[in-house]
Design a protein around this ligand. Sequence first.
Ligand code: BTN
Length: 240
Amino acid sequence: MIPPAPRFRHTVKKMKIEILDEVDSTNEYIKRYLATRENVVVSARRQTGGKGTKGRSFLSEEGGVYLSALTFYQNLSSNEAFRIMTHAAVSVCRTAEAFGVSPEIKWPNDVLVSGRKLCGILIENGFCGNRVDHSIVGIGLNVKNDVSELGGIAISLKEIVSQNCTVDEVRNALIANLSAPSDFDSYLSYIWFLGREISVTEGDKTYRAIARRILPDGRLEVQSSCELRALSSAEIKIRL
Ligand code: BTN
C-alpha cells in the first residue's frame, strides 16, 4: 500500500535571472553555475542545439520561451524528485491559463492544448546519496514561433490566444509561477486521461490498459486485462 502523497511546497527562492539572445542549450549553459551553487534562471531568445527528452533535439526558433532554472536543495529526498517535475508542469499550466488558455498535462510532463504540445520539459537532476542536490528544469514553451514543420503535433500560444502577448510577458509569467508554491493535487487536476483506455509500449511490447491513477512517487498505475502495473515514464510510451 503506497501512502498518500505529502503536500509538496516547492519554491524557487532568490533567483538571479540571465537573458541571452542565443545559446546552444540553456540546460547546458546553466551548468556553469553548478560550481557557484547559485539558484539561477537562464532564458534565451533562441537555441541552436535545444535538447529534448530521450536524446532528441528540440526546435528552438525565435518566438518561443526557452528557459532553464537551476535550483539547489538542502533536504529533498530522491523519492520526491518527481515533485520537481510536477511543479514545473503546473507552473507552465498556470502560465498558459494566465493568457486565457486551458491546458492539460499528458503524463508525465508534456503540456498540451487541444491534444497538441504547447510545451516540453526536460529535467536533469543531480543526486547526493539518497537526496536531490540540485535540479535543472528546462522548459520550451511555444509562444509566437512557427511549429508547423512539426506536422500538427505542436501548437503555439499565438494560435489560441486572442490577446496579443509578447514572449517577454510569457517568460516573466512563467518565472513568477516557478517561484510560487504548487502541490501534487494541482498537478493531478491537469491530468486528463485517467479512467480512459491507453496504449502502452514497454520495449517491444504494446498493450491496451486503463490508466487508473498517478501514484505519489510519480508512476502511472494501469490495469491491463491480466494485471495491475505501476509504470515509470523512463521505460514506457503511452498513446490514447
Ligand atoms: C521535450 O519535450 O522533449 C523536452 C524539451 C525541453 C526543451 C527545453 S528548451 C529550454 C531547455 N534547454 C534545452 O536544451 N532544452 C530545454
